[in-house]
Design a protein around this ligand. Structure first.
Ligand code: ADP
Ligand code: ZN
Length: 743
């Protein structure tokens, strides 16, 4: 490493500037670009990342750094360059980008491998002693209780987090000699206790061979970094191509990242990757949000040290510190979960494309229903297109049947929720011993509680939405902020005993279906029923084993799952996503229908899909029905072009919010005036308007939507305007470049 005299750093606080420090002689050998250091900052210390090594510095009052963290630089220069790009493009302070780039546990990683403290009980405590402690120090007694139940030593940090006791309580126990803390180094492998059955490459069909060849050709010509869009219907063997492409990258001494939406990072998926690369136990690192801090730390180091050559994970895995990256796969590239909804508001697919360009590696975007953005890029030659039109073994696409709910309502014996035809289809499957999935993208039992006398609905006090009734806990709850309330007996507004439940969610679908088919085993899978970490795996395992006849769920069941015995899928209400005030509503509905439908008929028997809707003739539904992707995109692209929406123009959404409605409004209007002065004619500047979701978590919200082609320029002008404009303290401004959330 070059000998450093001065360094420039980004501290872990948002201060919008970089600072220079002196490196003491003794430390200079150990500091380089990408190192983490501790520096004096204001009156205290702060952690920081080195972004440049300097010969001299003009900064005044320059101070020496305090310490270097870790042996080697943590960030490569490539990743630093990527961070800068994200900061500029997404109009967001570099400090915030750094926070996303490095997991928290790595950022404050003065805790290395060896410093991990493990707790274990020291000896058996008799009842009398326990009682005494309970009287004198009840919290300590409770903690001791938890410790004495431990089968094996656990990480102190994990224990404290799980039990929500503090460090002090633990230290007190140690001092009393009732518990022991010991430093141990252990590599935590979240999948360490599982066996993966080794698999080998399948023989590809003709379309797959072509697609794989596109990829390997690019691997062999690193100068060409044009992304590949792999458009393949569900079940056409995309994942098999990813696996073989990764193998090809490894054979060339390079590494690979596979991004998957969090929701489809299932045990099934992990198994496929771990199984294929089972020759080296550490070869595949899995990153996901359920990892403990310790597991995350170890997986990260496994990647950083080069032991893991393949990383699979959601959004943030795009920042995995792999060396010699050869391939990035973005599976289900159209998924919204790739967009981060807090600063930095980056889109992992787009960051993947940029990282691939910077590091000269191949990027493959795969989907059965590509986003309009990617499809458009392929159509105009910016991306290469590879297509898989056939399901493996030429399995049939499922038959899509549309149920017109308007007619259904006129029927006499109509049961809400399940139409007659769907009900008959479910009965038929039960008889044949086949399985059914029922899909509804709404949780809870009833979606609102109304007074039939005065018409008042129970709304969330913090948000402008109705509270949802959850029967299993008998409470009302807000799906936006988590506020919960007891269910009133009488209308709190008029005092009459006239409350009625309206609208329905998955909980009610489950109970209705169980009522209609008393002999069937019905299970529900949504965020409410899957709170336990193990519940998800368990339900999937039981479903696969045929122990569940009907699975009811939200989008949690829509994606990527593969069940050969499912021959029927019912979409309870296709309209839910269609009528949102969002220009992507149609696209999302089309994607969702296609994806959910893809769950049917993956085995020997062809599948059947029932789509219940009040708007049977909307294009998203009709094109999805005929599996006509090209047709849908043609008409949707025309619409977007006409209205100057993406992918023809980029958009930036500015949200101004405050607990005071007037102040939010005034600030938004002032900001809009300044933008009007700052922006050239070519940009389209919308009015400052109340957001569709006017109030969220107690904050009033106003939107300004900007559009234009030259996004980097627009981003810069927005940043400059914001920097010049002082906002009152209680007003927050958020800038979202390429927004996906328009509510
Ligand atoms: P996708 O990712 O497009 O949904 P998958 O890769 O999961 O498709 O493939 C669907 C099924 O077909 C999987 O069970 C997979 O193992 C199998 N499969 C994929 N390619 C082949 C092939 N060339 N020959 C035989 N089976 C294959
Ligand atoms: Zn709320």
């Amino acid at each position: 490493m070059a000998k450093a005299n001065y360094i420039r750093v980004i501290v872990d606080r948002t201060i919008h500037r970089e600072l220079d420090y002196l490196v003491p002689e003794a430390l200079s050998e150990r500091v380089g670009v990408g190192s983490r250091v501790r520096v004096p900052f204001r009156e205290k210390s702060a952690l920081a990342t080195v972004v440049a090594v300097l010969d001299h510095s003009k900064a005044e009052g320059i101070r020496p750094i305090e310490a270097v963290i870790g042996e080697a630089p943590i960030l490569s220069e490539g990743l630093l360059e990527l961070a800068r790009w994200i900061s500029t493009y997404y109009c967001c302070p570099i400090e915030a980008v750094m926070r996303s780039l490095l997991p928290q546990v790595i950022r404050r990683a003065e805790v290395g491998w060896k410093k991990q403290l493990f707790v274990r009980p020291v000896r058996k405590i008799d009842n009398e002693e326990m009682e005494k402690l309970r009287r004198r120090a009840p919290r300590q007694a409770e903690l001791l209780d938890a410790i004495s139940k431990l089968q094996a030593p656990v990480r102190a940090a994990d224990l404290l987090r799980q039990t929500s006791f503090d460090n002090q309580t633990l230290r007190a126990l140690v001092k009393r000699g009732l518990a022991e803390l010991r430093e141990e180094a252990i590599v935590r492998d979240p999948h360490g206790d599982e066996q993966f059955i080794a698999t080998s490459n399948l023989e590809l069909n003709a379309e797959q061979v072509l697609a794989l060849k596109e990829i390997t050709q690019l691997l062999d010509s690193p100068e060409s970094t044009r992304p590949i869009l792999l458009h393949g219907v569900t079940g056409s063997g995309k994942t098999e191509i990813y696996l073989q492409a990764i193998r090809a990258a490894l054979e060339r001494g390079r590494s690979a990242i596979v991004l998957v939406p969090e929701i489809s990072l299932t045990p099934q998926t992990v198994e496929r990757f771990k199984g294929r690369f089972a020759e080296a136990q550490d070869a595949v690192a899995v990153l996901h949000s359920h990892l403990s801090e310790g597991e995350r730390h170890d997986e990260w180091h496994k990647i950083h040290s080069g032991r893991a050559r393949i990383v699979i994970g959601p959004r943030s895995a795009v920042f995995a510190p792999l060396k010699n990256l050869g391939l990035i796969v973005v599976d289900e590239e159209h998924e919204n979960t790739y967009k981060q909804e807090e600063a930095p508001r980056y889109h992992a697919r787009d960051v993947a494309v940029v990282r691939a360009r910077m590091e000269k590696c191949v990027v493959v975007l795969g989907s059965a229903t590509p986003s309009l953005e990617s499809y458009h890029n392929a159509a105009r030659g910016k991306y290469r297109l590879a297509t898989l039109t056939q399901r493996i073994d030429e399995k049939q696409m499922p038959l899509m049947r549309i149920v017109d709910l308007r007619q259904e309502r006129r029927k006499e014996k109509a049961i809400a929720i399940l139409s007659e035809r769907l009900r008959a289809a479910v009965a038929d499957r039960l008889e044949k011993g086949e399985q059914t999935i029922l899909f509804l993208n709404r949780r809870g039992f009833s979606t609102s509680l109304l007074c039939s006398n005065c018409g008042e609905a129970r709304n969330c006090p913090n948000c402008s939405v109705a509270l949802t009734f959850h029967r299993h806990v008998t409470r009302l709850s807000c799906h936006l902020c988590g506020h919960t309330a007891a269910v009133p007996k009488k209308c709190p507004a008029c005092g009459k005993d006239a409350l009625i439940y309206a609208g329905f969610g998955t909980e009610k679908v489950e109970s209705t279906v169980a009522y209609i088919f008393p002999k069937a085993t019905v299970r529900r899978m949504d965020a409410d029923s899957m709170t336990r970490k193990e519940a998800y795996r368990e339900t999937l395992r039981n479903f696969r084993a045929g122990k569940i006849d009907i699975l009811v769920g939200t989008q949690m069941i829509a994606k990527g799952l593969h069940f050969p015995n499912v021959t029927l899928v019912g979409i309870i209400n296709a309209d839910l996503s269609l009528h949102l005030p969002d220009f992507r509503a149609g696209e999302r509905t089309f994607q969702l229908l296609t994806q959910v439908a893809g769950r049917a008929g993956r085995g020997e028997t062809p599948g059947e899909v029932f789509v219940q809707t009040y708007t049977p003739f909307s294009p998203s539904i009709q094109f999805a029905r005929h599996h006509d992707f090209a047709g849908y995109f043609q008409q949707e692209l025309e619409f977007r072009d006409r209205c100057d929406f993406p992918p023809f123009k980029h958009a930036i959404l500015i949200t101004v919010r405050s607990a005071h409605e007037g102040r939010a409004k005034l600030s938004a209007e002032t900001l809009r005036r300044r933008l009007k002065e700052a922006l050239p004619e070519e940009f389209i500047l919308g009015d400052a308007t109340p957001a569709p979701l006017e109030k969220l978590q107690g904050q009033f919200r106003f939107h300004i939507l900007l559009r234009g082609e030259a996004i980097m320029r627009l981003s810069r002008l927005v940043r400059e305007t914001l920097d010049k404009l002082p906002f009152p303290e209680e007003v927050t401004v958020a800038v979202d470049v390429d927004p996906y959330q328009l509510l």
